[in-house]
Ligand binder design. Structure first.
Ligand SMILES: Nc1ncnc2c1ncn2[C@@H]1O[C@H](COP(=O)(O)OP(=O)(O)OP(=O)(O)O)[C@@H](O)[C@H]1O
Ligand SMILES: [Mg+2]
Length: 257
């Protein structure tokens, strides 16, 4: 008899898609957003998901986040509860920055002193130390995204899931920001990713952003979205050019359909 050695939970892939499909509605009016998607994000890995508008990127993130269910296939989740950062920060306007970061901890039943300390630590990590008592309307767009990031990190550090790899889902989080702020926040996100070791699945339609941030770039076809190609960024010398050509092909094949 052979003994199987299971990988420790911290080394399991936080998420794995097996032939995942998602259709909205049914019958002739059904919109097939995703079809036969196979995708894996490794523990601590930074994966960027790229594709034309409407190809199903947000749908895919929503499935991982548990906000929606696949209509076919299976999603294997091996992480603490995934946290999402959206294009707009979606902060609670009546709460301070610190209050927003504390919210997921409060919902998880973390005692007050402990969540205060955690929120302060996370606000420092996103370089907002000293601004914890500001309300969202008093902050710039970039600062609000920093708060949203800190809040997402707070919700991935749920003690009930200790030991499991964490997973952060980001849906075009910087696309509403000006170019300089976006550049700064991309650098900050890389620093935070290295510091925390969390896996990140990051949606963008900006090839440069995908190549700067991701270790791996995954290209989805136009609707229905399926994985067309993947690149290991380190092993691809002209990644930006190469991926741009592939993305343009995907978009033009859709326009011609
Ligand atoms: N709740 C829904 N009900 C019906 N159709 C939906 C729903 N959500 C998404 N869709 C459809 O599924 C397809 C994929 O949408 P999705 O938002 O995932 O695209 P996307 O790749 O995120 O696009 P973008 O880059 O513009 O954000 C679209 O055709 C969209 O109209
Ligand atoms: Mg989207």
């Amino acid at each position: 008899m052979t003994a199987t050695v299971d990988a420790p939970p911290s080394q399991l892939s936080p998420v794995r898609f097996h032939q995942v499909g998602k259709a909205f509605g049914s019958g002739r009016k059904a919109v097939v957003a995703l079809d036969g998607v196979d995708l894996e994000v490794g523990a601590g890995e930074f994966v960027c998901l790229l594709g034309a508008s409407g190809c199903g990127k947000t749908t895919l993130l929503n499935l991982v986040a548990g906000l929606d269910r696949p209509t076919s296939g299976r999603i294997e989740l091996n992480s603490s509860r995934p946290a999402v950062v959206f294009q707009e920060a979606a902060l609670m306007p009546w709460l301070t920055a610190a209050g927003n970061v504390e919210l997921p901890l409060r919902m998880a039943g973390v005692p007050k002193a402990q969540r205060r300390a955690k929120a302060a630590e996370l606000l420092e990590l996103v370089r907002l130390a000293g601004l914890g008592d500001k309300r969202p309307h008093e902050l710039s767009g970039g600062m609000r995204q920093r708060v949203a990031l800190a809040r997402a990190l707070a919700s991935t550090t749920d003690s009930a899931d200790a030991g499991k790899p964490s997973l952060l889902l980001m849906d075009e989080p910087f696309s509403a920001l000006d170019a300089i702020t976006r550049d700064v926040l991309q650098g900050e996100l890389l620093r935070i990713w290295r510091a925390t070791g969390t896996a990140i699945l990051f949606v963008t339609h900006d090839v440069r952003e995908a190549v700067r941030l991701g270790q791996r770039v995954v290209l989805l076809s136009s609707r229905p979205g399926r994985v067309v190609r993947q690149w290991d960024v380190e092993d691809t010398p002209d990644a930006v050019d190469e991926i741009n050509i592939a993305l343009r092909k995907v978009i033009s094949s859709h326009a011609a359909a």
